[in-house]
Design a protein around this ligand. Structure first.
Ligand code: ZN
Length: 87
């Protein structure tokens, strides 16, 4: 499931346009908030992060987590590209 905000974010991952009810958008919002960062550092899903995932995605939280990881990767590389341009 994809919405227009997601299609635009594929080109520009750091844009903050999110559609409520779109799993991919909610995951992107979580990824840009950095809610997953602590979890990534510890290489496990922290209880706080899992609670955020469950609040958003319910039973499908694992699937949501996959979306968050995917977007987080895109957001990070987009930010890195932007830095390169600035220097
Ligand atoms: Zn979307």
């Amino acid at each position: 499931m994809r919405c227009k905000a997601c299609a635009d974010a594929e080109r520009e991952p750091t844009r903050d346009e999110f559609h409520r009810g779109c799993m991919s958008c909610e995951a992107r919002a979580l990824a840009s908030l950095g809610a997953h960062v602590e979890s990534l550092e510890r290489r496990c899903i922290t209880p706080q992060y899992r609670a955020a995932l469950e609040a958003l995605f319910g039973e499908a939280w694992m699937q949501g987590h996959e979306h968050v990881k995917r977007w987080a990767g895109k957001i990070t590389s987009a930010a890195a590209r932007r830095k390169e341009k600035a220097t």
